[in-house]
Design a binder for this molecule. Structure first.
Ligand code: ADP
Ligand code: MG
Length: 402
Protein backbone atom coordinates (compact mmCIF):
# COMPACT_ATOMS: atom_id res chain seq x y z
CA UNK A 1 0.00 0.00 0.00
CA UNK A 2 1.26 3.45 -0.90
CA UNK A 3 2.18 5.60 2.10
CA UNK A 4 1.08 8.73 0.29
CA UNK A 5 -1.04 9.40 -2.75
CA UNK A 6 -0.24 13.07 -3.14
CA UNK A 7 0.96 13.67 -6.67
CA UNK A 8 1.92 16.59 -8.83
CA UNK A 9 -1.24 17.76 -10.54
CA UNK A 10 -2.04 19.55 -13.80
CA UNK A 11 -2.76 22.71 -11.82
CA UNK A 12 0.90 22.82 -10.76
CA UNK A 13 2.22 22.84 -14.32
CA UNK A 14 3.24 25.77 -16.45
CA UNK A 15 1.60 24.75 -19.69
CA UNK A 16 1.82 27.82 -21.88
CA UNK A 17 2.75 26.78 -25.42
CA UNK A 18 3.93 23.41 -24.10
CA UNK A 19 3.26 20.19 -25.96
CA UNK A 20 1.11 18.28 -23.50
CA UNK A 21 0.33 14.56 -23.69
CA UNK A 22 -2.87 13.71 -21.81
CA UNK A 23 -3.82 10.07 -21.21
CA UNK A 24 -7.60 9.98 -20.90
CA UNK A 25 -10.19 7.22 -20.64
CA UNK A 26 -12.40 7.50 -23.70
CA UNK A 27 -13.26 3.81 -23.61
CA UNK A 28 -16.93 4.57 -24.30
CA UNK A 29 -19.72 2.44 -25.76
CA UNK A 30 -20.33 3.05 -29.48
CA UNK A 31 -23.26 2.11 -31.65
CA UNK A 32 -23.21 2.58 -35.42
CA UNK A 33 -20.30 4.97 -35.17
CA UNK A 34 -21.83 7.12 -32.44
CA UNK A 35 -21.06 7.55 -28.77
CA UNK A 36 -24.07 6.27 -26.81
CA UNK A 37 -22.85 7.14 -23.30
CA UNK A 38 -20.59 10.17 -22.91
CA UNK A 39 -20.13 9.93 -19.11
CA UNK A 40 -16.40 9.19 -19.39
CA UNK A 41 -15.86 12.03 -21.84
CA UNK A 42 -17.64 14.51 -19.62
CA UNK A 43 -15.58 13.34 -16.65
CA UNK A 44 -12.33 14.66 -18.16
CA UNK A 45 -13.70 17.98 -19.47
CA UNK A 46 -12.36 19.97 -16.47
CA UNK A 47 -8.82 18.76 -17.20
CA UNK A 48 -9.09 19.57 -20.90
CA UNK A 49 -10.65 22.96 -20.19
CA UNK A 50 -7.86 23.83 -17.80
CA UNK A 51 -5.27 22.87 -20.41
CA UNK A 52 -7.05 25.04 -23.00
CA UNK A 53 -7.19 27.95 -20.57
CA UNK A 54 -3.47 27.60 -19.88
CA UNK A 55 -2.73 27.57 -23.62
CA UNK A 56 -1.14 24.16 -23.88
CA UNK A 57 -0.88 22.39 -27.24
CA UNK A 58 -3.09 19.50 -26.15
CA UNK A 59 -2.78 15.96 -27.44
CA UNK A 60 -5.30 13.45 -26.09
CA UNK A 61 -4.76 9.69 -26.18
CA UNK A 62 -6.94 6.77 -25.13
CA UNK A 63 -7.73 3.16 -25.80
CA UNK A 64 -11.17 1.92 -26.79
CA UNK A 65 -12.18 -1.72 -26.47
CA UNK A 66 -9.79 -4.55 -27.18
CA UNK A 67 -8.58 -4.35 -30.79
CA UNK A 68 -5.56 -6.46 -29.72
CA UNK A 69 -2.88 -4.54 -31.57
CA UNK A 70 -4.70 -4.34 -34.90
CA UNK A 71 -6.35 -1.47 -36.70
CA UNK A 72 -10.05 -2.29 -36.48
CA UNK A 73 -12.40 0.43 -37.62
CA UNK A 74 -15.18 -0.44 -35.16
CA UNK A 75 -12.80 0.63 -32.37
CA UNK A 76 -11.88 3.96 -33.93
CA UNK A 77 -11.92 7.00 -31.64
CA UNK A 78 -13.09 9.28 -34.44
CA UNK A 79 -16.71 9.46 -33.12
CA UNK A 80 -15.30 10.63 -29.79
CA UNK A 81 -13.66 13.64 -31.47
CA UNK A 82 -17.12 14.74 -32.67
CA UNK A 83 -18.73 14.29 -29.26
CA UNK A 84 -15.88 16.12 -27.59
CA UNK A 85 -16.08 19.01 -30.06
CA UNK A 86 -19.74 19.43 -29.22
CA UNK A 87 -19.19 19.24 -25.46
CA UNK A 88 -16.31 21.72 -25.51
CA UNK A 89 -17.82 23.93 -28.15
CA UNK A 90 -14.42 23.93 -29.82
CA UNK A 91 -13.01 22.01 -32.76
CA UNK A 92 -11.16 18.84 -31.80
CA UNK A 93 -8.86 17.60 -34.54
CA UNK A 94 -8.42 13.88 -35.11
CA UNK A 95 -5.51 11.98 -36.60
CA UNK A 96 -5.84 8.42 -37.86
CA UNK A 97 -2.95 6.95 -35.90
CA UNK A 98 -1.14 7.58 -32.64
CA UNK A 99 2.42 7.32 -34.00
CA UNK A 100 4.11 8.01 -37.33
CA UNK A 101 5.11 10.93 -39.52
CA UNK A 102 1.66 12.43 -39.94
CA UNK A 103 1.10 12.46 -36.20
CA UNK A 104 4.49 14.08 -35.69
CA UNK A 105 3.66 16.83 -38.16
CA UNK A 106 0.20 17.47 -36.69
CA UNK A 107 1.62 17.62 -33.15
CA UNK A 108 4.38 20.01 -34.23
CA UNK A 109 1.98 22.43 -35.90
CA UNK A 110 -0.63 22.31 -33.13
CA UNK A 111 -1.43 25.80 -31.86
CA UNK A 112 -1.69 26.77 -28.15
CA UNK A 113 -5.18 26.13 -26.80
CA UNK A 114 -5.97 23.69 -29.61
CA UNK A 115 -6.74 19.99 -29.22
CA UNK A 116 -5.70 16.94 -31.19
CA UNK A 117 -7.12 13.48 -30.47
CA UNK A 118 -4.98 10.51 -31.48
CA UNK A 119 -6.40 7.26 -32.83
CA UNK A 120 -6.87 4.25 -30.51
CA UNK A 121 -3.61 3.42 -28.70
CA UNK A 122 -4.39 -0.29 -28.79
CA UNK A 123 -4.20 -0.41 -32.58
CA UNK A 124 -0.52 -1.03 -31.79
CA UNK A 125 0.74 -3.97 -29.73
CA UNK A 126 3.44 -1.72 -28.26
CA UNK A 127 0.82 -0.02 -26.07
CA UNK A 128 -0.11 -2.98 -23.88
CA UNK A 129 3.41 -4.41 -24.13
CA UNK A 130 4.83 -1.13 -22.86
CA UNK A 131 7.41 -1.30 -25.64
CA UNK A 132 10.04 1.44 -25.05
CA UNK A 133 10.40 2.13 -28.75
CA UNK A 134 6.64 2.59 -29.11
CA UNK A 135 6.59 4.88 -26.05
CA UNK A 136 9.27 7.08 -27.62
CA UNK A 137 7.32 7.35 -30.87
CA UNK A 138 4.08 7.96 -29.02
CA UNK A 139 5.21 10.60 -26.56
CA UNK A 140 8.88 11.38 -27.14
CA UNK A 141 7.80 14.87 -28.25
CA UNK A 142 5.91 15.64 -25.01
CA UNK A 143 7.09 18.47 -22.76
CA UNK A 144 4.54 17.64 -20.08
CA UNK A 145 2.56 14.49 -19.29
CA UNK A 146 -0.79 14.27 -17.54
CA UNK A 147 -2.72 11.12 -16.67
CA UNK A 148 -6.46 11.49 -16.13
CA UNK A 149 -7.38 7.85 -16.76
CA UNK A 150 -7.72 6.29 -13.31
CA UNK A 151 -9.56 3.33 -14.83
CA UNK A 152 -6.38 2.15 -16.59
CA UNK A 153 -3.90 3.13 -13.87
CA UNK A 154 -3.52 -0.53 -12.89
CA UNK A 155 -2.05 -1.30 -16.33
CA UNK A 156 1.66 -0.79 -16.93
CA UNK A 157 1.10 0.26 -20.54
CA UNK A 158 3.16 2.59 -22.75
CA UNK A 159 0.78 5.56 -22.43
CA UNK A 160 0.40 4.97 -18.69
CA UNK A 161 3.99 4.40 -17.53
CA UNK A 162 6.22 4.43 -20.64
CA UNK A 163 5.89 8.12 -21.46
CA UNK A 164 6.27 9.56 -17.93
CA UNK A 165 9.27 7.27 -17.54
CA UNK A 166 10.93 8.83 -20.61
CA UNK A 167 9.99 12.34 -19.55
CA UNK A 168 11.09 11.81 -15.96
CA UNK A 169 7.89 13.27 -14.54
CA UNK A 170 4.13 13.13 -14.77
CA UNK A 171 1.14 14.86 -13.24
CA UNK A 172 -2.38 13.80 -12.30
CA UNK A 173 -5.33 15.25 -14.17
CA UNK A 174 -8.19 16.69 -12.13
CA UNK A 175 -10.24 13.48 -12.23
CA UNK A 176 -7.23 11.40 -11.20
CA UNK A 177 -6.49 13.91 -8.45
CA UNK A 178 -10.01 13.57 -7.09
CA UNK A 179 -9.78 9.76 -7.14
CA UNK A 180 -6.50 9.87 -5.23
CA UNK A 181 -7.86 12.31 -2.68
CA UNK A 182 -10.88 10.14 -1.90
CA UNK A 183 -8.93 6.90 -1.91
CA UNK A 184 -6.46 8.34 0.48
CA UNK A 185 -9.23 9.52 2.80
CA UNK A 186 -10.83 6.09 2.70
CA UNK A 187 -7.82 3.82 2.69
CA UNK A 188 -4.99 5.68 4.33
CA UNK A 189 -6.73 7.92 6.87
CA UNK A 190 -10.26 6.56 7.34
CA UNK A 191 -12.61 7.68 10.08
CA UNK A 192 -14.01 4.77 12.03
CA UNK A 193 -16.22 2.82 11.98
CA UNK A 194 -15.27 1.75 8.48
CA UNK A 195 -17.99 -0.38 6.89
CA UNK A 196 -17.25 -2.20 3.64
CA UNK A 197 -20.06 -3.64 1.57
CA UNK A 198 -19.03 -6.36 -0.84
CA UNK A 199 -21.21 -8.15 -3.30
CA UNK A 200 -21.06 -9.27 -6.90
CA UNK A 201 -21.10 -12.67 -8.47
CA UNK A 202 -17.76 -14.17 -7.52
CA UNK A 203 -15.61 -14.23 -4.43
CA UNK A 204 -12.54 -15.00 -6.54
CA UNK A 205 -12.44 -11.39 -7.81
CA UNK A 206 -12.37 -10.04 -4.28
CA UNK A 207 -10.33 -12.34 -2.06
CA UNK A 208 -7.39 -9.94 -1.91
CA UNK A 209 -9.76 -7.05 -1.29
CA UNK A 210 -11.31 -8.82 1.69
CA UNK A 211 -7.89 -9.79 3.02
CA UNK A 212 -6.74 -6.18 2.90
CA UNK A 213 -10.00 -4.79 4.31
CA UNK A 214 -9.48 -7.06 7.32
CA UNK A 215 -6.49 -4.87 8.20
CA UNK A 216 -8.49 -1.67 8.64
CA UNK A 217 -12.26 -2.15 8.29
CA UNK A 218 -14.46 -2.58 11.35
CA UNK A 219 -17.29 -4.37 9.60
CA UNK A 220 -17.57 -6.12 6.25
CA UNK A 221 -21.06 -6.79 4.95
CA UNK A 222 -21.12 -9.63 2.45
CA UNK A 223 -23.92 -10.07 -0.07
CA UNK A 224 -24.45 -11.10 -3.67
CA UNK A 225 -23.42 -14.34 -5.26
CA UNK A 226 -20.18 -14.60 -3.33
CA UNK A 227 -22.14 -15.21 -0.14
CA UNK A 228 -22.72 -18.81 -1.10
CA UNK A 229 -19.07 -19.79 -1.22
CA UNK A 230 -18.83 -18.56 2.39
CA UNK A 231 -22.05 -20.41 3.29
CA UNK A 232 -20.62 -23.58 1.79
CA UNK A 233 -17.53 -23.06 3.94
CA UNK A 234 -19.83 -22.84 6.98
CA UNK A 235 -21.57 -26.06 6.00
CA UNK A 236 -24.85 -24.36 5.13
CA UNK A 237 -27.29 -25.58 2.50
CA UNK A 238 -27.17 -23.38 -0.58
CA UNK A 239 -29.34 -25.23 -3.14
CA UNK A 240 -28.29 -24.31 -6.66
CA UNK A 241 -26.94 -20.86 -5.76
CA UNK A 242 -23.81 -19.70 -7.53
CA UNK A 243 -20.72 -21.09 -5.79
CA UNK A 244 -16.98 -21.41 -6.39
CA UNK A 245 -16.14 -24.78 -4.88
CA UNK A 246 -12.40 -24.27 -5.35
CA UNK A 247 -12.58 -21.13 -3.16
CA UNK A 248 -14.35 -22.71 -0.19
CA UNK A 249 -11.06 -23.24 1.65
CA UNK A 250 -10.02 -19.58 1.15
CA UNK A 251 -13.46 -18.49 2.34
CA UNK A 252 -12.98 -20.55 5.50
CA UNK A 253 -9.57 -18.98 6.06
CA UNK A 254 -11.02 -15.45 5.62
CA UNK A 255 -13.74 -16.18 8.20
CA UNK A 256 -11.09 -17.38 10.68
CA UNK A 257 -8.85 -14.43 9.92
CA UNK A 258 -11.71 -11.96 10.51
CA UNK A 259 -12.42 -13.60 13.88
CA UNK A 260 -8.84 -13.41 15.03
CA UNK A 261 -8.54 -9.76 13.96
CA UNK A 262 -11.80 -8.76 15.60
CA UNK A 263 -13.38 -7.64 12.33
CA UNK A 264 -17.10 -8.33 11.98
CA UNK A 265 -17.68 -10.30 8.79
CA UNK A 266 -21.44 -10.17 8.46
CA UNK A 267 -23.38 -12.47 6.16
CA UNK A 268 -27.04 -12.40 5.14
CA UNK A 269 -29.47 -13.90 7.64
CA UNK A 270 -32.07 -14.47 4.95
CA UNK A 271 -32.23 -14.68 1.17
CA UNK A 272 -34.76 -14.21 -1.57
CA UNK A 273 -34.75 -17.41 -3.61
CA UNK A 274 -36.10 -18.54 -6.98
CA UNK A 275 -35.73 -21.59 -9.18
CA UNK A 276 -34.65 -19.58 -12.19
CA UNK A 277 -32.84 -16.30 -12.62
CA UNK A 278 -35.65 -14.82 -14.75
CA UNK A 279 -38.13 -11.98 -14.36
CA UNK A 280 -41.59 -12.91 -13.12
CA UNK A 281 -40.69 -16.29 -11.57
CA UNK A 282 -42.01 -17.48 -8.19
CA UNK A 283 -39.88 -16.27 -5.28
CA UNK A 284 -39.85 -16.56 -1.50
CA UNK A 285 -37.65 -15.70 1.45
CA UNK A 286 -35.76 -18.36 3.39
CA UNK A 287 -33.39 -18.29 6.33
CA UNK A 288 -29.79 -18.10 5.28
CA UNK A 289 -28.28 -21.48 4.78
CA UNK A 290 -31.48 -23.40 4.31
CA UNK A 291 -32.02 -23.07 0.59
CA UNK A 292 -33.82 -26.09 -0.83
CA UNK A 293 -32.57 -28.19 -3.72
CA UNK A 294 -33.07 -26.51 -7.13
CA UNK A 295 -33.58 -23.08 -5.54
CA UNK A 296 -31.01 -20.32 -5.60
CA UNK A 297 -30.34 -17.17 -3.62
CA UNK A 298 -30.71 -14.14 -5.89
CA UNK A 299 -31.02 -11.32 -3.37
CA UNK A 300 -30.61 -10.60 0.32
CA UNK A 301 -33.82 -10.89 2.33
CA UNK A 302 -35.72 -8.23 4.38
CA UNK A 303 -34.10 -9.06 7.75
CA UNK A 304 -30.67 -8.78 6.18
CA UNK A 305 -31.59 -5.45 4.64
CA UNK A 306 -32.52 -4.18 8.09
CA UNK A 307 -29.35 -5.46 9.73
CA UNK A 308 -27.16 -4.02 6.99
CA UNK A 309 -29.00 -0.66 7.14
CA UNK A 310 -28.27 -0.54 10.85
CA UNK A 311 -24.53 -1.04 10.28
CA UNK A 312 -24.50 1.50 7.46
CA UNK A 313 -26.23 4.13 9.58
CA UNK A 314 -23.45 3.87 12.19
CA UNK A 315 -20.58 4.05 9.69
CA UNK A 316 -18.34 7.07 9.21
CA UNK A 317 -16.60 5.61 6.18
CA UNK A 318 -18.31 3.37 3.62
CA UNK A 319 -16.69 1.45 0.80
CA UNK A 320 -19.02 -0.37 -1.55
CA UNK A 321 -18.26 -2.67 -4.45
CA UNK A 322 -20.59 -5.26 -5.94
CA UNK A 323 -24.40 -5.51 -5.96
CA UNK A 324 -26.10 -7.58 -3.26
CA UNK A 325 -28.32 -9.47 -5.68
CA UNK A 326 -29.08 -9.85 -9.36
CA UNK A 327 -30.28 -6.24 -9.42
CA UNK A 328 -30.48 -6.14 -13.23
CA UNK A 329 -33.77 -8.01 -12.82
CA UNK A 330 -36.33 -5.97 -10.85
CA UNK A 331 -37.59 -8.99 -8.91
CA UNK A 332 -34.11 -9.37 -7.34
CA UNK A 333 -33.14 -5.69 -7.06
CA UNK A 334 -34.70 -4.73 -3.75
CA UNK A 335 -31.71 -5.55 -1.53
CA UNK A 336 -29.27 -3.61 -3.69
CA UNK A 337 -31.62 -0.64 -4.09
CA UNK A 338 -32.35 -0.44 -0.34
CA UNK A 339 -28.65 -0.64 0.49
CA UNK A 340 -27.92 2.07 -2.11
CA UNK A 341 -30.51 4.29 -0.41
CA UNK A 342 -29.02 3.59 3.01
CA UNK A 343 -25.54 4.51 1.79
CA UNK A 344 -26.94 7.68 0.20
CA UNK A 345 -28.67 8.68 3.44
CA UNK A 346 -25.72 7.99 5.67
CA UNK A 347 -23.51 10.84 6.90
CA UNK A 348 -20.41 8.77 6.24
CA UNK A 349 -17.84 9.46 3.58
CA UNK A 350 -18.92 7.01 0.91
CA UNK A 351 -16.94 5.65 -2.02
CA UNK A 352 -18.60 3.36 -4.54
CA UNK A 353 -16.95 1.71 -7.53
CA UNK A 354 -17.43 -1.01 -10.12
CA UNK A 355 -19.50 -1.07 -13.30
CA UNK A 356 -22.47 -2.94 -11.87
CA UNK A 357 -22.38 -1.06 -8.57
CA UNK A 358 -22.54 2.31 -10.31
CA UNK A 359 -25.48 1.15 -12.47
CA UNK A 360 -27.17 0.06 -9.24
CA UNK A 361 -26.76 3.58 -7.81
CA UNK A 362 -28.30 5.00 -10.96
CA UNK A 363 -31.15 2.50 -10.74
CA UNK A 364 -31.80 3.59 -7.16
CA UNK A 365 -31.59 7.24 -8.27
CA UNK A 366 -29.08 8.15 -5.58
CA UNK A 367 -25.90 8.76 -7.57
CA UNK A 368 -25.83 12.41 -6.50
CA UNK A 369 -25.83 11.52 -2.82
CA UNK A 370 -22.61 9.53 -2.79
CA UNK A 371 -19.38 11.28 -1.71
CA UNK A 372 -17.38 9.76 -4.51
CA UNK A 373 -18.22 7.44 -7.38
CA UNK A 374 -14.98 5.98 -8.60
CA UNK A 375 -14.25 5.84 -12.32
CA UNK A 376 -12.25 2.66 -11.81
CA UNK A 377 -13.40 -0.95 -11.61
CA UNK A 378 -10.28 -3.11 -11.80
CA UNK A 379 -8.07 -0.23 -10.70
CA UNK A 380 -10.23 0.39 -7.65
CA UNK A 381 -10.22 -3.28 -6.67
CA UNK A 382 -6.45 -3.40 -6.98
CA UNK A 383 -6.25 -0.35 -4.75
CA UNK A 384 -8.66 -1.81 -2.21
CA UNK A 385 -6.53 -4.95 -2.24
CA UNK A 386 -3.69 -2.82 -0.91
CA UNK A 387 -1.63 -2.93 -4.08
CA UNK A 388 -0.09 0.08 -5.73
CA UNK A 389 -1.11 1.13 -9.24
CA UNK A 390 1.75 1.52 -11.74
CA UNK A 391 0.05 4.51 -13.36
CA UNK A 392 -0.17 6.30 -10.02
CA UNK A 393 3.25 5.27 -8.73
CA UNK A 394 4.98 6.75 -11.78
CA UNK A 395 3.45 10.21 -11.27
CA UNK A 396 5.69 12.73 -9.53
CA UNK A 397 5.26 12.65 -5.74
CA UNK A 398 4.38 15.82 -3.98
CA UNK A 399 6.16 16.78 -0.82
CA UNK A 400 3.12 18.21 0.94
CA UNK A 401 0.72 16.87 3.50
CA UNK A 402 -2.15 14.93 1.90
P1 ADP B 1 -19.05 -4.57 -10.10
O1 ADP B 1 -19.20 -4.51 -11.61
O2 ADP B 1 -19.81 -3.49 -9.41
O3 ADP B 1 -17.62 -4.64 -9.68
P2 ADP B 1 -19.31 -7.44 -10.03
O4 ADP B 1 -18.84 -7.42 -11.45
O5 ADP B 1 -18.42 -8.01 -9.02
O6 ADP B 1 -19.72 -5.94 -9.61
O7 ADP B 1 -20.67 -8.26 -9.92
C1 ADP B 1 -21.83 -7.88 -10.59
C2 ADP B 1 -22.72 -9.05 -10.89
O8 ADP B 1 -22.99 -9.87 -9.77
C3 ADP B 1 -24.07 -8.53 -11.35
O9 ADP B 1 -24.18 -8.75 -12.73
C4 ADP B 1 -25.07 -9.33 -10.53
O10 ADP B 1 -26.16 -9.83 -11.28
C5 ADP B 1 -24.23 -10.47 -9.99
N1 ADP B 1 -24.83 -11.05 -8.77
C6 ADP B 1 -25.15 -10.41 -7.64
N2 ADP B 1 -25.75 -11.25 -6.77
C7 ADP B 1 -25.84 -12.45 -7.36
C8 ADP B 1 -26.38 -13.72 -6.99
N3 ADP B 1 -26.95 -13.90 -5.79
N4 ADP B 1 -26.28 -14.73 -7.88
C9 ADP B 1 -25.71 -14.54 -9.07
N5 ADP B 1 -25.18 -13.38 -9.50
C10 ADP B 1 -25.24 -12.33 -8.65
MG1 MG C 1 -18.50 -5.97 -13.06
Amino acid sequence: MAETLARLSIGDLDLEEKHLFVRVDFNVPLKQGRVIDDTRIRAVLPTIELAVERKACIVLASHLGRPEGERRQEFSLRPVADTLSTLLNQEVAFVEDCIGSEVKERVKTLQPGRILLLENLRFHKGETQNDPDFSRQLGGWAEEYVNDAFGTAHRAHASVVGIPQILGRGAAGLLMKKELEYLSRVLLHPRHPVVAILGGAKVSDKIEVIRNLLSFADTILVGGGMTFTFFKAQGKTIGSSIVEVEKVEVARELIRSAESRGVTLKFPVDNLVAQECQPGVKTHVVNAGSIEKNWMGLDIGPCTIEEFQEEISRARTIIWNGPLGVFEIDDFARGTVEIARAVAQSRALSVVGGGASVSALVKAGVQDQISHISSGGGALLQFLAGQTLPGVEILTKRETKE
